[in-house]
Design a protein around this ligand. Structure first.
Ligand code: SAM
Ligand code: SF4
Ligand code: SF4
Length: 368
């Protein structure tokens, strides 16, 4: 019998050294490749009640796995303080993620705090959250009341047996669908649904999912199974390239390409010609979109990661807990962002070997 070898995960790699702060108030902050900082993804917990095989395989994230103790997590006040500094430096969109963000106690309180932030031009932030939907029916109303505008729900299949195999904790499809309905009724809009597609596991669910969400006003986005982290045993032959997926959809639906709704958007958008809404293709493996990647990620314990595939992050929590004022944090952030030249997917696509022995960070720890 062949056994898959899964390396043990230590999320806490040594932090990258913090650069000396630079002046942070000199107009638009650009990285070394000319990309602005616009989008901040904040992981509010490294814990999850699912064990999706592509993200937190059960064999690794078991009873022996050490999740971060509460004192290591950024508090809501710390998250809001850092978010304010990021917003002053150009961030316009904040996504709460995890792990499963709805597992973080009183998450609606954090939403309420973040909803008070404004861009330097006085605009509201685009504030959203990605969830597996398991607790959504219970939380949707409180999240909306706290100021959350929209939501993304992950759902990988409509077939219960397949979905339960993928979440690996026996969670039923019906409860996620109910969570989506409750979120809709609470006024969270627009709602997006993310489906990670793994060839041979759930790719025959692509058409049933597309049929189900056609005409509902909910945008279904298909995500190529990615080689994030070091535990999911990723193989290229399990990726269903978006081009192939699109061809399957086009057998049944008439689809027209749509313009991106924002610069740096991850999904390629296609509209149903009959007016039945849109679908999105997130081709993180086969079509690199690093060229205009404007996303930063803040881990559960306050490390700043410049790429989903990074090997290490900058420890902003120590800086903050060490007594740095907002000006120093802003200057440090500006220095880090100006030095950014990450473009993992682009390099992977061009066949450049890199990474060596260093282990990539896990997705549930820095968020999707
Ligand atoms: N627990 C929440 C959820 O599942 O929506 C939020 C965190 S999860 C890490 C964020 C997104 O990343 C989800 O849509 C999930 O499907 C996606 N994801 C996780 N591992 C992935 C992988 N290996 N390839 C592609 N997408 C992945
Ligand atoms: Fe949990 Fe989301 Fe990862 Fe699935 S994808 S294990 S729901 S964090
Ligand atoms: Fe951005 Fe890194 Fe993804 Fe490229 S690989 S799009 S730089 S997160």
């Amino acid at each position: 019998m062949s056994e898959r070898v899964i390396p043990l995960v230590d999320q806490r790699q040594p932090a990258l050294p913090l650069p000396a702060p630079v002046a942070a108030d000199s107009g638009l902050l650009l990285d070394a490749l000319g990309r602005p900082l616009r989008d901040l993804r904040i992981s509010v917990t490294d814990r999850c009640n699912f064990r999706c095989s592509y993200c937190m395989p059960k064999e690794v994230f078991d009873a022996q796995h050490h999740f971060l103790p509460h004192a290591e997590l950024l508090s809501f006040e710390e998250i809001t303080r850092l978010a304010r500094v990021f917003v002053a430096q150009g961030v316009q969109k904040i996504r709460l993620t995890g792990g499963e963000p709805l597992l973080r106690k009183n998450i609606e309180r954090l939403v309420e705090m973040l909803a008070t932030l404004r861009t330097p031009e006085g605009q509201l932030l685009d504030l959203t959250l990605t969830t597996n939907g398991s607790l959504l029916a219970r939380k949707a109303r409180a999240l909306k009341d706290a100021g959350l505008q929209r939501i993304t729900v992950s759902l990988d299949a409509l077939d219960d047996a397949i979905f339960q195999r993928m979440n690996d904790v026996g969670f039923p499809v019906a409860e996620v669908l109910n969570g989506i309905e409750v979120a809709k009724a609470a006024g969270l809009a627009p709602i997006k649904v993310n489906m990670v597609v793994k060839r041979g596991l759930n790719d025959h669910e692509v058409l049933p999912m597309a049929r189900h969400f056609h005409g509902t006003g909910i945008a279904l986005r298909f995500i190529e199974y990615m080689d994030v982290g070091a535990t999911n045993g990723w193989r290229m032959d399990e990726v269903l390239p978006s081009r192939e997926l699109l061809a399957r959809l086009q057998h049944e639906f008439q689809l027209e390409p749509l313009e991106p709704s924002a610069p740096g958007e991850t999904a390629e958008r296609w509209g149903h010609a009959d007016g039945g809404g849109e679908i999105g293709l997130i081709s993180s493996v086969t079509q690199a979109f690093c060229g205009d990647c404007n996303r930063a990620r803040l881990s559960t314990e306050g490390r700043l990661y410049l790429c989903l595939f990074a090997h290490a992050g900058h420890d902003l929590r120590s800086l903050m807990r060490g007594g740095a004022d907002d000006g120093r944090i802003a200057g440090t952030l500006a220095a880090i962002w100006r030095g950014r030249h990450d473009r993992y997917s682009q390099l992977r696509a061009s066949g450049v070997a890199f990474g060596g022995e260093a282990r990539k960070v896990e997705m549930h720890y820095i968020g999707g």
